[in-house]
Design a protein around this ligand. Structure first.
Ligand code: OAD
Length: 252
């Protein structure tokens, strides 16, 4: 692990971890934009992930999210999720911002991740917007209804929708205050989330990118760690002698 990074980590007070689909790739959950394997290579987002799509065919959208949710429930947090949770315990002021809706950070023990794009595990009313609680254990095969009569939808952000305002505000504040910002497994192409590393960098944070492939952020990063999150993060945590990392023997 580069000595400059270890120094930065030891000195840092306000650390932001910012994750995208790549952090869950090693749990078997597909990313979005990777050729062949990405979800958007196999499905059309405008048919599944927009208010218009839900209006046109609620059942199709419901079934697709139900399928994705059961795949996420069957998956397990990987060493990257566990290492991030261990690193967070090291800095009580650290903040985890995720674009992922899979819930794996929480299951790895990360407390209060800022879920910018919502979560697959809760429902909201498409008509009145009310929070409709957890996705039921045994969901009905057809789209359930709210007390107001509206149809329930997954509590995720769709194309064309605003991000949850309070969550975005906290993410912006944390990014502006960060002295170290670690971006992990995101192509950083979807705004406003993709603005956060830029914001942090402009305010003076040291920017680290973890990604096996060069991504748009690579040119701006102070340090790029080219590797899989499930190897790089445990190695990083191990280099700080942190316990509770579920990856025996990981090294770079
Ligand atoms: P993308 O699919 O755009 O990018 C995934 C990134 O993860 C790519 O840069 C890969 O190189 C990288 N990657 C793949 N395997 C990895 C591994 N093992 N370790 C580390 N990195 C790896 O996914 P996101 O950037 O998360 O939005 O996409 C952002 C948003 O676009 C998603 O939240 C979703 C989507 O449309 C909504 O659903 C609102």
């Amino acid at each position: 692990m580069p000595a400059a990074l270890i120094d930065r980590l030891r000195q840092a007070r306000r650390v932001v971890f910012f994750t995208g689909a790549g952090v869950s790739a090693e749990s078997g959950i597909p990313t979005f934009r990777e050729a062949q394997t990405g979800l958007w290579a196999r499905f059309r987002p405008e048919e599944l992930a927009s208010p218009e799509a839900f209006r046109e065919s609620p059942q199709r959208v419901w079934d697709w999210y139900a399928w994705r949710r059961s795949a996420c429930l069957a998956a397990r947090p990987n060493p990257a999720h566990h290492a991030i949770a261990a690193l967070q315990r090291q800095w009580p002021d650290s903040v985890l911002i995720t674009q992922n809706v899979d819930g794996l950070h929480r299951r790895a023990g990360s407390v209060e991740p800022l879920e910018l794009h919502g979560t697959l595990h809760r429902l909201a009313c498409f008509a009145c917007g009310r929070d409709a609680g957890d996705w039921p254990e045994n969901p009905p095969p057809s789209v359930p209804r709210c007390a107001c009569g509206g149809q329930l939808r997954p509590a995720v952000v769709w194309f064309g929708e605003a991000l949850p305002a309070a969550t975005l505000r906290r993410a912006v504040e944390a990014s502006e205050a960060a002295d170290l910002f670690v971006s992990i497994g995101t192509s950083a192409q979807v705004y406003p989330a993709a603005e956060l590393p830029l914001l942090a960098r402009r305010q003076g944070a040291w920017l680290v990118e973890v990604n096996p492939q060069p991504a748009p952020l690579s040119a701006l990063a102070d340090l790029c760690l080219h590797g899989a999150a499930g190897e790089v993060l445990p190695a990083l945590a191990a280099s700080l002698d942190l316990g509770c990392v579920d990856s025996p023997g990981a090294s770079l």
